[in-house]
Design a protein around this ligand. Structure first.
Ligand code: AHR
Length: 522
């Protein structure tokens, strides 16, 4: 344990106050007026014209048919449990301002993602399965509605940010492939928000929530798959695979297919594609959702024991077929088709996705706005080369330089999220462990998964204010007199002059001040 030599030095410098940026706001009324043009064909129009119509179309970002005019998703707020549908602006993008207004001064979760297809295969929070979720009666949790702000079509909208424990499902669908019927699907996901846990899937799964054997699933999967021998993905990149049950396949073998890696990253928005005739062949592709065409991962025979398939027709998002819920990932849009889509239809849909202009909220890097990525630099004279970082689940300060290993840089990079317990404050999601947040527990700061409980939300929410010395200081939302502070190399919430060693008044202002810096990890 490193004792900071300058704990005895007085606080000397106070810099100019930093103005804390407020919540992002969008005026939907202005936008509505500005985008009244006829909407061009969207993915499900393209697939319909190619005779492989959508039987499911889910998105919190945009309509997937030019003529869809219903709601995209439903949110529920914590304050009074009221629900509200989030609909569309005139140009077919989500009216996120409705959510912002409805969820102001409280928090919301996404409770339902509506199916835009005529099949009404809506996704609700999964009720559990073989593996029980952490929610009521073994159900999974809903994603925080404001956890993933992005721009799309020039608007600020929200994606679905899945942390372990969260997931969506529909076990009673209509029109979705069953048995050995052919189908296709894609989802727009993230190449930087993922983990190795089973399973960040979107697609066809068991109706019982149980693993009913090989060939009973057909879902596109984006994870850093460590299952296969000798399969190690490119650093900090996920792989695109087909969850066919009892295996996420990257080709017809139980082994690593290097072509499945999302290469040359970081790629914050990717499209991942699976189609399966369910009798002889399946195909996997991926693309950058912001540019270019599709890369073929595999096109060929089904694995041994998987032909024919035995599909059951449930739809899952963010979980495995048996409700495994260890995964993290992002979801922006996805569709499932009836029939095996043509490559030309897939490519046209990819162009349609690229035209969305998916992006991070603009010009946020290094700021305290939701979606920004930052590092938090200590200001105590001893330690100005130190940054708050994750070290085996504990928050510490440690030196980071441009020569530091990639992992150290990633462990000292944080994604700013709208405060999980109070949107006027912030939460810090780990860049290296997506879905895990900085939270205090017994006064010390740890990295823990967002589990959706009120205590977890509060313990992970910190309210910025001008620094007691320089930069910013952050008080705990549920212990407002306690501030983030480093002491003896570790990070705590501390009171000025309290009873604990880390409450000492010596160096109080410096130790509670942090510079919000550009992220060490790209
Ligand atoms: O096939 C991988 C996973 O294995 C499935 O999603 C799940 O049902 C099972 O645990």
């Amino acid at each position: 344990m490193r004792i900071l030599p300058t704990l005895l030095r007085p606080n000397s410098i106070r810099a100019d106050l930093v103005v804390i940026a407020g919540l992002m706001a969008a005026s939907s009324l202005e936008l509505r007026a500005a985008h009244s043009e006829t909407i061009k064909p969207r993915p499900c129009d393209i697939y319909a014209a190619a005779h492989t119509p959508c039987v499911a179309a889910h998105s919190t970002v945009r309509s997937l048919y030019a003529k869809y005019s219903g709601a995209l998703y439903e949110v529920k707020r914590a304050s009074d449990h009221a629900v509200r549908n989030i609909g569309l602006l005139a140009d077919g993008y989500a009216n996120a301002a409705t959510q912002d207004a409805f969820c102001a001064y409280t928090t919301c979760i996404i409770t339902r993602i509506y199916d835009q297809s005529p099949r009404h295969n809506d996704l609700a929070i999964a009720s559990g399965g073989h593996y029980k979720g952490p929610g009521p009666n073994g159900s999974d949790l809903g994603a925080a509605a404001d956890a993933l702000p992005v721009t799309a079509g020039g608007h600020q909208v929200y994606g679905v940010s899945i942390s372990p424990g969260m997931g969506y499902r529909n076990n009673h669908t209509s029109g979705v492939a069953v048995g050995a019927e052919a189908e296709g699907m894609y989802m727009v996901s993230s190449g930087i928000h993922f983990n190795s846990g089973c399973c960040f899937d979107y697609g066809n799964a068991e109706t019982s929530g149980n693993d009913t054997g090989a060939g009973h699933m057909d879902a596109i999967s984006v994870i850093r798959d460590l299952e296969w021998p000798n399969c190690r993905n490119a650093p900090a990149a996920p792989a695109v695979g087909a969850d066919l049950e009892n295996g996420i396949f990257h080709w017809d073998k139980r082994s690593c297919n290097p072509a499945s890696d999302v290469s040359d990253g970081p790629r914050p928005f990717i499209s991942a594609w699976l189609k399966n005739d369910c009798r002889t062949k399946f195909a996997l592709k991926w693309g950058d959702a912001r540019s270019g065409g599709l890369n073929t991962v595999y096109s060929g025979a089904l694995p041994n024991g998987y032909a024919p398939m035995h599909l059951e027709g449930a739809i899952i998002l963010g979980i495995g077929g048996d409700n495994s819920h260890a995964s993290a990932g992002s979801f922006f849009e996805g569709v499932m088709t009836s029939g095996f889509p043509t490559d030309s239809a897939d490519s046209e849909v990819q162009s349609n996705i690229v035209a969305v202009g998916y992006g991070a909220p603009s010009d946020l890097t290094g700021s305290l706005k939701a979606g920004s990525e930052i590092s938090l630099q200590a200001t105590t004279p001893c330690c100005t080369g130190d940054y708050i970082r994750n070290q085996n689940g504990t928050a510490v300060i440690a030196p980071i330089t441009s020569a530091s290993p990639r992992q150290d840089k990633s462990d000292s990079t944080w994604i700013v999220r709208s405060g999980l317990a109070d949107p006027s404050c912030v939460s810090f999601e780990s860049k290296s462990n997506p879905g895990d947040f900085l939270r205090h527990q017994n006064a010390a700061l740890h990295l823990q998964p967002f589990d959706g409980t009120a205590l977890n939300r509060s313990d992970a929410t910190f309210c910025p204010q001008p620094g007691k010395g320089k930069g910013n200081s952050f008080h705990s939302v549920n212990y407002p007199t306690k501030y983030l502070r480093h002491y003896d190399g570790k990070v705590y919430i501390a009171s000025d002059g309290g009873a604990n060693p880390w409450d000492t008044t010596a160096l109080w202002a410096d130790d509670t001040s942090f510079i919000v810096s550009p992220p060490w990890s790209p």
